[in-house]
Design a protein around this ligand. Structure first.
Ligand code: GLU
Ligand code: ZN
Length: 275
């Protein structure tokens, strides 16, 4: 049975872009007689606001969606720690004590997620007193997994190549997992068969596919959907001043009607859909 998910991070209210993402995942599951899951991605303890998940549930209800909720990331830390240990025991992770500004000072190249870590700490013994993140040695990882592919329902078959990201952080200094590790493990644990999310996360899938191979996790199919953009071309979900779903709900707007309008491409003025 197909299972899709909507996985918002509770560090800001949901906007129209999130509504679109939830509707796409919901409809893909329902059209195929499958399950639509809600997962609260609160791995970032410092930025997560405890009152937001409840607002998210009210937003989804207001949009007329039905979902099954799976455990939030903050309840799954032991699972992340076990996977990180497995990768570390396999010699695929190395500690890094660099700060953001130290990395920026090295003027490294820019990749899909901003500055690409130039590997300063690789192969060095680190100062045990300093907080350290754990990074994936991407060259070693690729040598281990060989050529692997992944399937996007829209874009077709992709050869996994996470090298443009460099040695990504899998365990953060202050958290037992980064988004990449946590989301990959959760999708496997939740039985997600169709990972549905915005096209802005397309390239991250290269990392996730390699992690699946390293950790012998089941391999889903992906569906990276088009994004709602405003007139300046900015992703709606990121624009702080656009009204949140909670604002629209509070102002008495009809959420089901909004959802139906989005479904048939009837977009509010100044908003467009882009790959
Ligand atoms: N938690 C992520 C976000 O809110 C979504 C991650 C995903 O769908 O894989 O941007
Ligand atoms: Zn470092």
């Amino acid at each position: 049975m197909v299972a899709t998910r909507f996985a918002p991070s509770p560090n800001g209210m949901l906007h129209l872009g999130h509504a679109w993402s939830a509707i796409v995942a919901h409809d893909l599951a329902k059209d195929r007689g499958g399950r639509f899951l809600l997962r609260v991605e609160d791995i970032d303890g410092a930025r997560s606001k405890p009152e937001l998940p409840d607002a998210f549930r009210r937003d989804l209800e207001w949009l007329g969606l039905e979902w099954e909720e799976v455990p939030a990331q903050s309840t799954r830390l032991a699972n992340y720690e076990a996977a990180a240990k497995e990768l570390q025991d396999a010699g695929l992770l190395y500690p890094c004590t660099c700060t953001r500004s130290e990395i920026a000072a090295l003027k490294p190249r820019t990749g899909p997620e901003g500055l690409v870590y130039p590997g300063t700490c690789k192969g060095k013994s680190v100062d045990g007193g300093k907080p350290a993140a754990l990074r994936l040695d991407v060259e070693k990882a690729m040598a281990r997994v060989g050529e692997i592919v992944w399937e996007d329902e829209i874009a077709g078959t992709q050869v996994a190549d996470p090298r443009p990201f460099g040695d990504v952080v899998l365990v953060r200094k202050e958290e037992p997992a980064s988004y990449h590790l946590a989301a990959t493990l959760d999708d496997a644990a939740d039985g997600v068969t169709l990972v549905t999310r915005g096209a802005d996360l397309f390239t991250s899938t290269h990392i996730h596919r390699v992690l699946q191979a390293l950790l012998q996790l089941p391999v889903p199919i992906w569906h990276h959907h088009k994004l709602l953009l405003d007139e300046t071309g900015e992703k709606l979900a990121k624009r702080r001043e656009s009204p949140s779903l909670a604002d629209l709900r509070g102002a008495g707007a009809d959420g089901r009607k909004l959802a139906d309008n989005l479904r048939c491409g009837n977009l509010p003025a100044g908003i467009s859909l882009f790959e």
